[in-house]
Design a protein around this ligand. Structure first.
Ligand code: TA6
Length: 304
């Protein structure tokens, strides 16, 4: 089936007149576009990736690279990529796709609902198939519920459909749009232990708020605390509240890291900061046969 017919079919089935529409997005990838009294948003079914979220009266909350590649097999640079079932490189297979295989897979749109107050809820699902078994020999189902309104509530549920236990990592790799990352700090991690990926993953302790003053790739462990990116330039606090998320990753590539990335403009690192509700590294999740695990992140914007 061609993309236009596929998208047309989805729109006839799920579209909500004047509020939510399934359209052909960049690179011909199907996307849900939402425009309600509570928020506007765009969600690509490729990766089930939120690309844009703008609560009413606010400017864009998410960073999306203007040089992102939009093609099957490549990850979209920006928005909220879903990383699963491993984070960064797969420990025992250098050829495996970085951050797992679901961010480069088209998910199935399962339901879309619009409430009276303008809140829109989307459910996207995916699961094990021949392609995922090539990399990871487990049977699983992923259900990702996105509730889009004045706040953005994201719930990623993993079900172990196999007969033995499995262990996985996961992250909602949120790229926040900030005015200037050098004038942004992260609050909520004071006293947390972290693994510094810029320093051979040495264990360190966060003292006070995190100032972003260099290339930063910290995985904060054993912390369920809410975190706030305080953006002095745009005068707002970008808050992430977490449930069933034991780690938080904070990443900015800075000039050096961005120089090696072909899908980002050279200066774009200044306008982004990743704060990622996750369960990674030593906080990976162990799930018995038939069990389910749900990670939740609730994003909100508060004016300074
Ligand atoms: O979340 C931090 C991180 O794991 C970094 O190490 C950095 O490489 C980043 O993700 C981006 O990864 P990507 O595969 O999207 O280029």
């Amino acid at each position: 089936m061609d993309t236009a017919a596929h998208v047309d079919g989805l729109n006839r089935r799920f579209g909500v007149a004047g509020v939510a529409e399934v359209v052909v997005g960049n690179g011909g990838l199907p996307m849900v576009r939402i425009s309600s009294e509570a928020a506007t948003a765009e969600i690509s079914l490729y990766g089930a990736q939120v690309l844009s979220w703008r609560p009413a009266g606010e400017e864009e909350v998410l960073f999306l690279s203007e040089r992102s590649r939009w093609e099957p097999g490549a990850a979209i640079r920006g928005g909220i990529p879903v990383c699963f079932p491993w984070f960064r490189d797969k420990a025992d297979d250098a050829k495996a796709p970085k951050h797992g295989f679901v961010r480069t897979k088209e998910w199935r749109l399962d339901s879309l609902r619009a409430d009276q107050d303008g809140t829109v809820t989307l459910l996207c699902v995916t699961g094990s198939d021949d392609e995922t078994r090539r990399w990871w020999p487990h049977e699983f189902l992923l259900a990702y519920r996105m509730r889009i309104g004045h706040t953005l509530r994201l719930e990623l549920s993993v079900v172990n459909r196999g007969t033995s236990a499995l262990r996985f990592e996961e992250a909602l790799h949120t790229y926040f749009h900030v005015g200037d990352v050098r004038q942004t700090k992260v609050h909520g991690l004071d006293g947390a232990k972290y693994l510094d990926n810029m320093d051979a993953n040495r264990a360190k302790m966060q003292q006070a708020d995190l100032e972003i003053a260099r290339q930063t790739d910290n995985a904060y462990m054993d912390t369920g605390a809410a975190v706030e990116a305080i953006d002095w330039t745009l005068g707002r606090r970008l808050r992430t509240e977490k449930m069933n998320s034991a780690s938080t990753v904070v990443w900015n590539p800075w000039q050096e890291g961005a120089a090696g990335m072909s899908d980002m403009e050279p200066e774009a690192w200044q306008r982004m900061l990743c704060v990622e509700a996750s369960n990674v590294l030593g906080c990976a999740v162990q799930l018995g046969s038939g069990e389910e695990h749900t990670l939740r992140a609730t994003l909100s914007v508060n004016r300074e």
